[in-house]
Design a protein around this ligand. Structure first.
Ligand code: AP5
Ligand code: MG
Length: 216
């Protein structure tokens, strides 16, 4: 399985990727997670990316494409992958097309998680993440049974720096202007699968599996 998850911030890309990875043995590649790990570790890449991320802007295409070229060549991608948050501009999608062509690989589909802006804000204001294992929670929709600790690994839960309402609004604006054109791009390529992302998490997974199954 080689798929892309596209959707606005808070659409549930990370949540669905967790579910898919638990069922199918494929690599989960989230550019946001890779960037946050680099910010935390204080690498050169992290230093470059931080100001863009804090402002809700996109990290420049050349930085992201360079990073993904290396990541897609890693061994765990041989069995398939889910790209979460990449590509998110047309130039990134074109660069990915060239990379995959070089590797002799084809995509199975591009899943668009369709979610309205109000749902995004509600989801992101209540999101909590585990510091240790990265698991995703929500104070109302998916609370941890251990309160402020992860019910999977016991790690501390935290709120992402970019999950403040004004930054969320900016991330949404960036999505509509720079990422939404991918809907057309992958629609024309015959790869786009539109999923109603505002439904409950397991229902969304059911839609994804049905759509992928119908293409197999
Ligand atoms: P990134 O980390 O990718 O953030 P994002 O795209 O804004 O998406 P999120 O991670 O916020 O949301 P999600 O769709 O994963 O939702 P989740 O599953 O967590 O990127 C961060 C930043 O890095 C960018 O702003 C940019 O600066 C930079 N960056 C990253 N990639 C880049 C690229 N390719 N190019 C340039 N810059 C890049 O769910 C959200 C919440 O909703 C959770 O609390 C969850 O529990 C809840 N939830 C999920 N599904 C449901 C459901 N069905 N019902 C109820 N609640 C739900
Ligand atoms: Mg995410």
């Amino acid at each position: 399985m080689r798929i892309i998850l596209v959707g606005p911030p808070g659409a549930g890309k990370g949540t669905q990727a967790e579910k898919i990875v638990a069922k199918y043995n494929v690599a989960h590649i989230s550019t946001g997670d890779i960037l946050r790990a680099n910010v935390k570790a204080g690498t050169e890449l992290g230093k470059k990316a931080k100001s863009f991320m804090d402002a809700g802007a996109l990290v420049p295409d050349d930085v992201i494409v360079g990073m993904m070229r290396g990541r897609l060549a890693e061994d765990d991608c041989k069995n398939g992958f889910i790209l979460d948050g990449f590509p998110r501009t047309v130039p990134q999608a074109e660069a990915l097309d060239s990379l995959l062509a070089e590797m002799g690989i084809k995509l199975d589909g591009v899943i668009l998680l369709d979610v309205d802006d109000d749902t995004v804000v509600e989801r992101l204001c209540g999101r909590r993440m585990c510091k240790k294992c990265g698991r995703i929670f929500h104070v109302s929709f998916k609370p941890s049974s251990k309160g402020d600790l992860c019910d999977e690994c016991g790690g501390e839960l935290y709120q992402r720096d970019d999950d403040k309402e004004e930054v969320i609004r900016q991330r949404l604006a960036v999505y509509h202007s720079q990422t939404a054109p991918l809907v057309d791009y992958y629609g024309k390529a015959g790869l786009l699968l539109r999923v109603p992302g505002a439904e409950a998490g397991d229902k969304v997974l059911g839609h994804i599996e049905a759509m992928l199954g119908s293409r197999a």
